[in-house]
Design a protein around this ligand. Structure first.
Ligand code: ZN
Ligand code: FE
Length: 255
């Protein structure tokens, strides 16, 4: 367990994450949602920024790349197949590769769907993952640049990680996601229980992020197209899983 994560809120509903490798002293920011908030967090922890690990090109994820790179001389890591949209990119990574961050190793997973070049970082030794806007607590990213098939394949890739994997997603969307999830899987007792817990946490202003792969597998309708209850609710009993996923996503878009 060489890695330490410092999580903080920024913009309206983004989370910033600093990732510190104790052995090497390297510190990464996962994406660059807000330069000032990231600098404040670095100051609080007395860490020096050495890396920027980008999940995708959206402004609330890569908008601070250039300013932070200039200020700190940080190395910018991003998706090879979206390099032209990642400002200041230094290191291009691809699916299945390992990126050495200090003394730690990140497995790169290409998880397109929200954008065509979205990636996730999985630190197997520490059991933590940074998934940007691909998977959310009880949700998944909107399909801005991908097909349902692409996103479903991406989500399956993430669901193949061990249940106990800690999942750091980039937004606090959980309460709204729970309200939707309950409309498509109202008879999932674990979901009902989780939704109540989320309401309690949010009433006290407590983050619902991080989540875990196991918790999402049990409660997140976007990774549960195999659920008979979900299939029946949306009128697609025994349909292809990708069709069930697509209809769930479509309903959420209009919720
Ligand atoms: Zn995004
Ligand atoms: Fe975002």
């Amino acid at each position: 367990m060489a890695l330490e994560v410092h999580q903080f809120t920024c913009l309206s509903d983004n989370y910033g994450f600093l990732l510190h490798d104790n052995e090497s002293g390297c510190t990464a920011t996962i994406d660059t949602p807000a330069v000032e908030a990231i600098n404040t967090a670095l100051e609080e922890k007395s860490w020096k920024l050495t890396h920027i690990l980008n999940t995708h090109h959206h402004f609330d994820h890569a908008g601070g790349n250039e300013a932070l790179k200039e200020q700190w001389g940080a190395t910018v890591v991003g998706a090879d197949n979206d390099a032209q949209r990642i400002p200041g990119i230094d290191v291009r990574v691809r699916d299945g590769e390992t990126y050495e961050f200090g003394a730690s190793a990140a497995q790169i997973l290409e998880v397109p769907g929200h954008t065509s070049g979205h990636i996730a970082y999985y630190f197997a030794a520490d059991g933590i993952s940074f998934v940007g806007d691909s998977l959310f607590a009880l949700g998944c990213g909107r399909l801005f640049e991908g097909t349902p098939q692409q996103m479903w394949t991406s989500l399956q890739k993430l669901m193949a990680l061990p249940d106990e994997t800690v999942v750091y997603c980039a937004h606090e969307y959980t309460q709204a996601n729970a309200a939707f999830a309950l409309t498509v899987e109202p008879n999932n007792p674990e979901l009902v229980k989780r939704a109540e817990e989320i309401d309690r946490l949010r009433a006290d202003g407590i983050p619902t992020v991080p989540t875990s792969i196991g918790l999402e597998r049990a409660t997140n309708p976007f990774v549960r197209p195999m659920s008979e209850g979900l299939q029946i609710t949306i009128g697609l009993k025994d349909a292809e899983l990708v069709e069930v996923f697509a209809e769930t996503r479509r309903r959420k878009d209009h919720f």
